[in-house]
Design a protein. Structure first.
Length: 550
């Protein structure tokens, strides 16, 4: 089986002693998230996060002009700014690895006599790894990673670091989409996990904190070369044996679900190549940006995953991914976007989709043409822009939605499904994963407790009440219940629902409170009780109300 340690055009990961030297040099140089921020200062760091390199470039020049630049300056200038760096400065900054070692590893190339420039992007990355008292770390099969985990991530140079349009085989680094998926992914301990379309391997890093074994696939051999390099370079922090990383991570080359056909996983995460791109007659893989374009027309990459992920999930297994989908018909038609997505789902799958943003066809074309720096060639830009608009018009597409998807293969296909499709555009708490897991748990609890009237409920700690009244009015005209955490929902309250929530201190069962409110309001009819119980159930599902502790 190919181990992807020497893929042409990617960092090489076969020389383990040299990689260990590099990790030691990067650590000693202070090339960490905090170390870079301390060197650059607040303003230059903020600019760098926006892909603006000039302030960081000036900081590196000032350090060099001082005569004895600190080691982190060489790393920042080389890999983050993309400047040429004197070979002697590299040797001083990385005494174990040296300039020759960076050349051998494929992290730098000669630019001029005694000068080096970056051949890849290599940047520090930090995250809080998942831990669990009942997790796989107790068996010795996964690392105990308390607190922040410091890593380095190699990828191709971005559009802000290199001239011209990005190569079609570009391997994307740490981007907002990959970070969003990592913050969304639930970290319950699992036996087998799948990272579908791994790119440079960011989701694998997170999965290793709670999964005994991870399979990572990609259609790009170069992507798998980057992933293996990143895994071996960071092996100690990730709990891997650098000589045998395959004991916990299996890298596989292939398109979508083909490399894992017939297998079952407890968790699947994917930041797939979901970008909707016009198809061109006679195109092949080399004509596409493989990091974002799956090669199918419209939103068929996402719809195919909706339909087929069930085939690789174990019963009870979950899948989480990001995606784009087309909205066809009137843009303001209620539920126009969700009807198509619902039609893609197999009967045995639960689904919760949160649409975070909608772009017009023109806005969508502009965003993705800019993403690959295709706007640097005016003629190519105009032709591609026109192709995007014609492609969307051919399918009657009026908008393109972006959002996150959670799915689960139900253990009992006959059980009532969780099917939730909602649009939430306001800021959410990050990481959101614990709140998603809790919400799914509340759905399962509600399914197991159909008689809500017998249950004792309490108000969640993050919930507040907000009342609005006209000046001089005796009673409020609007009462809102707000969440301060998680999805930060707002619920418009009726008088009876407000009274119910006010009485939820865990002492009385819900049925008794409903009966008391019916008597107080002169509404003893079954319709009132059933309607209020439905509203209460929705508050439980949304996390405003919780089952009282026994």
């Amino acid at each position: 089986m190919t181990n992807f340690s020497r893929v042409p055009g990617t960092p090489q990961s076969s020389n383990l002693p040299l990689l260990a030297d590099l990790a030691a040099d990067l650590t000693d140089a202070g090339y960490t998230v905090d170390g870079v921020a301390a060197f650059l200062g607040k303003e230059a760091s903020a600019a760098l996060s926006r892909d603006q390199l000039v302030p960081a470039m000036l900081a590196c020049r000032a350090a060099a002009d001082g005569g004895t630049p600190e080691p982190v300056a060489a790393a920042v200038a080389l890999w983050l700014v993309g400047s040429s760096v004197p070979a002697q400065q590299v040797r001083d900054a990385f005494p174990r690895t040296g300039a020759e070692g960076l050349l051998e590893l494929g992290l730098a190339e000669k630019d001029a006599p005694d000068m080096l420039r970056a051949s890849v992007d290599l940047r520090p990355y930090e995250f809080d790894a998942a831990t669990s008292e009942s997790g796989p770390e107790e068996t010795g099969e996964a690392p105990e990673q308390a607190g922040g985990t410091h890593l380095w991530v190699a990828s191709d140079l971005g559009a802000h670091q290199r001239p011209g349009v990005l190569p079609h085989g570009h391997v994307l680094g740490i981007g907002q989409a990959s970070l969003s998926l990592a913050q969304l992914s639930i970290t319950t301990p699992v036996d087998r996990a799948l990272d579908l379309g791994t790119g440079c391997g960011i989701q694998v890093f997170h999965l290793l904190g709670h999964a005994r074994h991870v399979t990572a696939t990609d259609i790009s051999e170069r992507a798998l070369g980057f992933t293996r390099f990143n895994l071996v370079l960071n092996a100690p922090a990730l709990g891997l044996d650098p000589e045998h990383p395959e004991q916990r991570v299996d890298l596989r080359l292939g398109s979508m679900l083909e490399p894992v056909a017939g297998e079952r996983f407890d968790q699947v995460v994917s930041n797939p190549p979901f970008v909707i791109t016009p198809r061109v007659s006679g195109e092949d893989e080399e004509d596409r940006f493989t990091y974002r374009d799956g090669g199918l027309p419209g939103d068929q990459i996402v719809s195919g995953l909706f339909r087929n992920l069930e085939s690789v999930l174990a019963p009870g297994g979950i899948a989480q991914m990001l995606g784009n989908w087309e909205i066809q018909g009137e843009a303001d038609e209620k539920d126009a976007w969700s009807a198509r997505l619902r039609s893609w789902l197999p009967e045995g799958m639960d689904a919760w989709v949160i649409q975070r943003e909608v772009l017009s066809p023109a806005e969508y074309a502009e965003m993705w043409l800019r993403d690959a720096a295709e706007n640097r060639d005016r003629n190519e830009y105009a032709a591609s822009y026109a192709a995007y608009l014609a492609d969307f018009a051919a399918r009657g597409t009026t908008g393109i939605g972006f959002g996150s998807v959670w799915m689960r293969r139900r253990k009992n296909p006959q059980a009532a499904p969780l099917r939730r499709f909602e649009e939430i555009t306001h800021p959410l708490e990050s990481p959101l994963a614990p709140h998603l897991a809790a919400a799914v748990g509340r759905f399962d609890w509600a399914q197991a407790h159909p008689d809500l009237g017998a249950e004792h409920l309490v108000v969640a700690d993050d919930v507040t009440e907000e009342r609005h009244a006209r000046p001089g009015a005796e009673h409020p005209g609007v009462i809102l219940l707000r969440q301060g955490a998680g999805l930060r929902r707002t619920n418009l309250m009726s008088t009876e629902l407000t009274g119910f929530v006010s009485a939820c201190d865990g002492d009385l069962p819900a049925g008794a409170i409903i009966a008391a409110l019916g008597s107080l309001l002169g509404r003893d009819d079954p319709e009132f009780a059933a309607g209020l119980e439905d509203e209460v159930r929705n508050l439980v599902l949304d996390g405003f109300l919780l089952p009282a502790e026994p």
